[in-house]
Design a binder for this molecule. Structure first.
Ligand code: AP5
Length: 216
């Protein structure tokens, strides 16, 4: 039986940071919808062109495009044992589609850690974030700086600031999160899958709570 864990939470809560660690610990693949879109933008694909028009405005990419991309990604061999999903699903339609998809793959959503943080913290975190060009490793200029400025500790690639981390775009992303993604908190709570995690703690402490909760 495969294992599927969904990390839910607002922009900047620390989903990507924790997903990276969880993937190493569990040996499951880390599937980030945002990273997949950014990869497509970098490779100048048609999907990337379409996704960019939404992302630059802080809006969600359409459900159809997003679902097709995730279906394709989860069908690959490295997801045969399951995956850590980061940033997907983000709407009730995506969540329903995921349920069907996983049933086809012989699995189900096992747990949904919901990482929370106050708005002022989310703004500070997104404002200081640096991401690595090659594999999306995540840093923060104050909270987790790289050893050498502008260079990823893990793969040596260039670090960049995301276009959608500008303050006005983050404000829009937060509004979109509250309108369109927050309903998933109740969606998964009703199904008994939601695990609330306080994201306002050092990264290691968040990981510790996450792993303890998942073991239960
Ligand atoms: P996406 O890339 O998924 O962005 P997001 O969900 O808005 O989340 P972030 O990546 O901003 O934050 P995070 O929670 O992962 O935080 P992180 O760990 O990096 O999506 C981008 C866009 O793509 C969307 O706006 C949309 O347009 C599109 N998209 C993606 N998925 C979609 C979908 N399913 N449907 C439709 N459209 C979709 O941490 C943030 C910073 O804080 C980092 O600098 C980190 O180092 C630091 N940090 C993390 N944890 C801590 C801690 N505990 N203490 C101190 N600092 C910390």
């Amino acid at each position: 039986m495969s294992t599927y864990i969904i990390l839910l939470g607002p922009p900047g809560a620390g989903k990507g940071t924790q997903a990276e660690i969880l993937a190493q610990t569990t040996k499951l693949s880390h599937i980030s919808s945002g990273d997949l879109f950014r990869e497509n933008i970098q490779n100048q694909t048609e999907l990337g062109r379409l996704a960019k028009s939404y992302m630059d405005k802080g809006e969600l990419v359409s459900d159809d495009l997003t679902i097709a991309m995730i279906r394709d990604r989860l069908s690959r061999a490295d997801c045969k044992d399951g995956a850590i999903l980061d940033g997907f699903p983000r709407t009730p339609i995506q969540a329903d589609e995921l349920e069907q998809m996983l049933a086809e793959f012989g699995g189900q959503v096992d747990a949904v850690p919901y990482v929370t943080a106050a708005e002022s913290i989310l703004i500070e975190r997104t404002g200081g974030r640096w991401s690595c060009r090659a594999q999306g490793h995540i840093y923060h200029k104050k909270f987790s700086p790289p050893k050498q400025e502008g260079i990823c500790d893990i793969d040596g690639s260039e670090l960049f600031q995301r276009d959608d981390d500008k303050e006005e775009t983050v404000a829009k992303r937060l509004r979109v999160y509250f309108d369109r993604t927050m309903p998933l908190v109740e969606y998964y709570r009703k199904r008994g899958k939601l695990i609330e995690i306080n994201g306002v703690q050092p990264v290691e402490q968040v990981t510790k709570e996450l792993l303890t909760a998942l073991k239960k």
